[in-house]
Design a protein around this ligand. Structure first.
Ligand code: TYD
Length: 427
């Protein structure tokens, strides 16, 4: 039996309130209206804009038209991208494609805007057809669903599902004669969807995957690491990057080394303890590798196998740079020590926040108390930096090197663009 999934866009694949609200605020400010509160803003999701400006902000008809125009001015440029793909939606799409499903979209959002949003998030490669209102042609949901179906398919002979978060989606499916899934993570409630008569109710994206593709193997996830000298601004960049990864609908698992799971965190405490001043360099390198071995098996591999994006704050490159370079054990020796720990599990991309060792130490000294490694002196950090440079020279494809002496926003923008491009390439 041929299988087909038609999705609603807003509230099912993406959530667009951030852009909607920013544009309502923008219109209000430009036209001299007081800033609408959260309650008022929430009411704007769903109904036509001119209606909302009249009903909820007390504008007359002419002013509401003007507000809608002002809203669109911002929406068409930035607002439509102030949007988030629900976490897991990419895994859902990939799993459906892997299992041979046809994917379409039937949405009340204008055709052109929908195409731009879907392409912006790189979901277009999964979707065969997008159907939305086009100019003055405003078909109802039933027709939108029918139009999104592949040519020649019908509910009698094919397995066809409409997936949406509001009763309009369920009613549309019934009108078009296809089955429906009501999803509980969007803007509608379980009661609304069940009352409308959905064939199946799913609380989460993962439930949709399990229902449509029971027992399907998750498509492979991705492994990213982020590296840099102490004081390179890793913490800030991780915060910015996790938000972007989430916004694109990847399911993120975040971790750090040394540490990342209970056994590895215990090893971390031993390694970084300032009282362990007599720790031999080889002992230190082996402890890092031991901590990594557990982390790889307990956290990293399961995350990748489950289709997640694993983002690790430091990985084996840190050992090569710090123990191999900084402590002068040598690159090859540290790679040998780590070989059984890593056992072939390497990041598909590694972000290197590039600041030289002098700048990094100046930043760090100003920030917090220095730990045992950082107390090892300037030449240690110079050698660590040289260790990183050697790694980048050896593996230029894997490293994303970014100039980390700029503002956090500038760095974040470059990191986000490059990382998202790599993640999409790997899908
Ligand atoms: P941490 O407090 O996590 O520092 P940061 O925020 O800079 O990552 O401490 C980690 C320290 O451990 C850091 O100085 C780098 C060092 N390190 C190694 O020397 N070898 C390794 O393999 C790893 C993972 C970290």
């Amino acid at each position: 039996m041929r299988k087909c999934a038609i999705f609603d866009l807003d509230g099912t694949l993406t959530r667009s309130e951030e852009g909607i609200w920013n544009c309502v605020r923008y219109a209000a400010e430009k036209l001299g209206f007081p800033e609408p509160d959260a309650d008022t803003l929430r009411k704007f999701i769903g109904p036509p804009l001119t209606y909302s400006f009249r009903e909820y902000m007390g504008m007359d008809a002419a002013m509401a038209e003007k507000a809608t125009e002002t809203y669109r001015e911002r929406y068409n440029v930035v607002g439509l991208f102030e949007n988030r793909v629900f976490p897991g939606v990419r895994r859902l799409m990939r799993t459906l494609r892997q299992e041979g499903w046809y994917i379409g979209i039937a949405t009340g959002k204008p055709q052109r805007t929908s195409e731009r949003v879907v392409a912006h998030f790189g979901l277009d490669k999964f979707v065969e057809k997008i159907c939305g209102p086009d100019g003055d042609h405003r078909p109802d949901k039933i027709d939108l669903i029918k139009n999104a179906l592949p040519e020649g398919w019908d509910a009698e002979n094919d397995d066809i599902w409409m997936i949406g978060d509001r009763k309009f989606d369920v009613e549309g499916a019934i009108g078009a004669g296809v089955k429906s899934i009501g999803v509980g993570y969007g803007y509608g409630s379980e009661e609304e969807l069940r009352t409308a008569g959905c064939t199946q109710y799913c609380e989460t994206v993962a439930d949709v995957i399990d229902f449509l593709c029971p027992g399907a193997k998750a498509p492979e996830g991705a492994f990213l690491s982020i590296e840099g000298l102490d004081g390179s601004g890793k913490g800030t960049q991780i915060r910015l990057l996790t938000d972007v990864i989430d916004r694109f609908g990847f399911e993120l698992v975040q971790s750090r080394e040394p540490g990342g799971c209970p056994i590895s965190e215990k090893l971390r405490d031993i390694i970084l303890d300032k009282n362990n001043a007599e720790m031999d360099d080889v002992t230190e390198a082996i402890l890092y590798a031991a901590s990594r071995a557990q982390h790889v098996r307990e956290v990293i591999r399961p995350a990748i196998a489950a289709g997640k994006v694993m983002l690790c704050d430091r990985f084996v490159d840190s050992s090569v740079a710090y123990q191999g370079g900084g402590r002068q054990l040598g690159v090859q020796k540290v790679l040998d020590i780590n070989a059984p720990a890593v056992d072939g599990t390497m990041p598909m991309a590694t972000i290197y926040l590039d600041v030289d060792h002098v700048t990094s130490m100046k930043r760090r000294a100003a920030a917090t108390e220095l730990d045992r490694l950082e107390l090892a002196g300037d030449s240690f950090h110079a050698r660590t930096e040289a260790g990183y440079r050697e790694l980048i020279r050896r593996d230029p494809e894997r490293f994303i090197v970014v100039d980390a002496t700029r503002t956090p926003e500038e760095i974040g923008k470059e990191v986000a663009e490059k990382v998202i491009a790599r993640l999409m390439e790997a899908e």
